[in-house]
Ligand binder design. Structure first.
Ligand code: NDP
Ligand code: GDR
Length: 344
């Protein structure tokens, strides 16, 4: 039976990856941070919190000693480093913390592997945010990087450290450059879930208006559950390497708003431009979405669209869920949660 450490088990990907590794017969050590109120709502929603092969371990990625003792104690075959300060917007307000967690944190784990057992396979959660300012489309493993946020810069450090430890110490360090992936377990600070939760509340009469920032940003959105399967495949490959996981379709934030309202039967009409843009419900003329510049970022990533051909060719991985189905799934779950009087 294989043993895996998943850092960030309380996050979206950590929860889904734990679920699929448990299904594959792994023993999973899922790490969570000590806070005054630890929240396990995602693994509870997936019904795996009491799985006999899931061990929850307290751990902070920024602590080198803790990283060494984690790897020492668990003796894993594989480590999936999913923990991060993952919110791009916050990284502008907390750049140092972001660099310590999302950048240096990865190095702590690589050091632990180098010191304890170089046979451990390591997965680094890299990101399309490393491409940042668009240079070529679609983006693939050879596209030059140009990060546009402290988050993107920190992740680029972790990415290159993974490559460097692979080349320097022969460690099986692989990096998945994943484009945005969403699900009903997505945090509510991210735009898709913010939209689907707000649409559910508007439909149920609990909210009047959804406020958003830049509606012109284009993203390549996939379904998180399929992407964590891709992470696992990346570590089962015969060689350590770097892979892009994406859908190769890009849409604007505005398009996602339209889709989400459509999922509850509301047709929108958009008018105005930039910070004056609004959308009304065609049926009753009420404003249900408006732009609030407080959600703008100091520097934006305008257009992401990934080319996952290498992952398809080498790993047999490809995305299956359309953006329409993903959006409907998220809206449906948010309607259920809001009807039942709770929403995480
Ligand atoms: P989440 O924000 O949902 O989860 C992040 C996890 O990291 C949480 O469990 C969080 O714990 C944990 N964490 C944060 N700081 C620390 C720390 N100092 N020590 C230990 N754990 C910590 O992210 P996702 O699940 O969406 O993403 C998973 C990974 O993939 C992240 O590294 C993200 O940057 C990256 N990524 C995500 C993409 C996406 O579209 N989702 C795309 C590309 C990359 P807590 O619950 O306590 O905050
Ligand atoms: P992103 O995701 O920055 O791509 O990072 P997010 O959903 O936060 O933003 C996507 C785009 O939407 C625009 N936007 C808004 N974003 C938020 N959060 N809130 C708003 O109100 C809003 N209005 C418009 C943003 O400006 C942006 O252009 C995610 C994270 O999961 C990262 O950890 C991951 O690495 C990347 O995806 C790939």
């Amino acid at each position: 039976m294989k043993k895996a450490i998943i850092t960030g088990v309380t996050g979206q990907d950590g929860a889904y990856l734990s679920q699929i590794l448990l299904e594959k017969g792994y023993t999973v050590y899922g790490t969570y941070r000590r806070t005054s109120s630890v929240n396990f709502w995602r693994i509870e929603e997936l019904g795996i919190q009491n799985h006999p092969n899931l061990h929850l371990v307290e751990y902070d990625l920024t602590d080198l000693g803790a990283s060494i003792s984690l790897v020492n104690k668990c003796e894993p075959d594989e480590i999936y480093n999913l923990a991060a300060q993952s919110f791009v917007g916050v990284s502008f307000d907390q750049p140092t913390t972001t660099a310590q967690i999302s950048g240096l944190g990865a190095l702590n784990l690589l050091e632990a592997i180098r010191l304890i057992n170089t046979k451990i396979r390591y997965y680094q959660a890299s990101t399309s945010e490393m491409f940042g300012k668009v240079q070529t489309i679609p983006q693939n493993e050879d596209t030059p990087f140009y990060p546009r946020s402290p988050y993107g810069v920190s992740k680029l450090f972790a990415h290159w450290m993974t490559v460097n430890y692979r080349e320097s110490y022969d460690i099986f360090g692989s990096s998945g450059i994943l484009f945005n992936h969403e699900s009903p377990l997505r945090g509510r600070e991210f735009v898709t879930r913010k939209i689907t939760d707000s649409v559910a509340k508007i439909k149920l009469g609990k909210l009047d208006v959804l406020e958003l920032g830049n509606l012109d940003a284009k993203r390549d959105w996939g379904y998180a559950k399929e992407y964590v399967e891709g992470m696992w495949r990346i570590l089962q490959a015969s060689q350590p390497d770097t892979f892009v996981l994406a859908t190769n379709r890009t849409e604007t934030v505005r398009d996602f708003v339209r889709l989400a309202f459509k999922a509850v039967g509301i047709e929108l009409e958009f008018s105005g431009k930039d910070e004056n843009e609004t959308a009304v419900n065609v049926a009753d003329g009420k404003v249900v979405m408006k732009v609030n510049p407080k959600f703008y970022r100091p520097a934006e990533v305008d257009l992401l669209i990934g080319d996952p051909s290498k992952a398809k060719a080498v790993l047999g991985w490809e995305p299956k869920t359309s953006l329409e189905s993903l959006c409907e799934m998220m809206v449906k779950e948010d309607l259920r949660r809001n009807e039942q009087g709770f929403s995480f």
